[in-house]
Design a protein. Structure first.
Length: 216
């Protein structure tokens, strides 16, 4: 039985690479879940593979947890789709989108076909791993006023994934006139001393007549 070796890389982070060996008779759902065993992402998210050409142009879709609209269109399901059914080229490419609510895009390329599986090895099998995957940022959903009956508050800071520790972003937001809650434990800067007045002792404080003689 043939084994496919796929190279998976993030479209926007091409230094993050995973190579996975998987049986030709296994499904796209098996590959989908295997990818996220290596990323640590939750695999239970609506995602899709797309058959792609050499320029990563998407064609036929193979979906996981598809929307009703896709189901009505008859889109192929990952659980029902064997990998071998979509391999037409020894360097077959698939474009893969994970989590349509907050998507990451991947390039999936067949780089090797092994004629026989190794005895005692479990598949899918992680053959190679390089690079650290980007962390997912969870943004709370904004309440829908149509459902709650109340006007929802738009959380600007969460929407832009704002991190309070980023002082440059804090200054930019302050410049925009958007209030940010002050940290009650923040230490106040020490009051700067007036270097000019320090030049005079308590007994040598200049009077108004001395300043009047200065030539401005």
């Amino acid at each position: 039985m043939a084994v496919y070796r796929f190279k998976i890389s993030f479209e926007d982070y091409d230094d993050v690479i995973r190579e996975i060996d998987i049986k030709s008779t296994q499904t796209f759902e098996d590959l989908h879940k295997a990818i996220h065993l290596t990323t640590g992402y939750n695999p239970e998210q609506s995602s899709s593979f797309y058959v792609a050409n050499d320029h990563w142009i998407k064609a036929d879709e193979i979906a996981f947890q598809p929307s009703q609209r896709k189901i009505d269109r008859g889109v192929a399901l990952m659980a029902d789709s064997k990998l071998s059914s979509f391999i037409e080229d020894p360097h077959q490419k698939f474009y893969y989108t994970y989590n349509f609510d907050r998507p990451f895009d991947f390039h999936v390329e067949l780089i090797k076909i092994l004629l026989n599986e190794e005895s005692g090895k479990g598949y899918p099998y992680l053959f190679r791993s390089a690079g650290e995957v980007p962390k997912l940022v969870v943004t709370p959903l904004i309440p829908d006023p149509d459902e709650t009956g109340e006007e929802g508050d738009f959380d600007f800071l969460n929407e832009i994934d704002f991190v309070v520790e980023d002082t440059e972003e804090l200054e930019t937001i302050s410049d925009l006139g958007i209030a940010v809650e002050e940290d009650e434990h923040r230490e106040e800067p020490e009051e700067e001393k007036d270097e000019f007045m320090d030049e005079f002792s308590d007994n040598d404080t200049p009077d108004a007549d001395d300043f009047a003689k200065e030539d401005y």
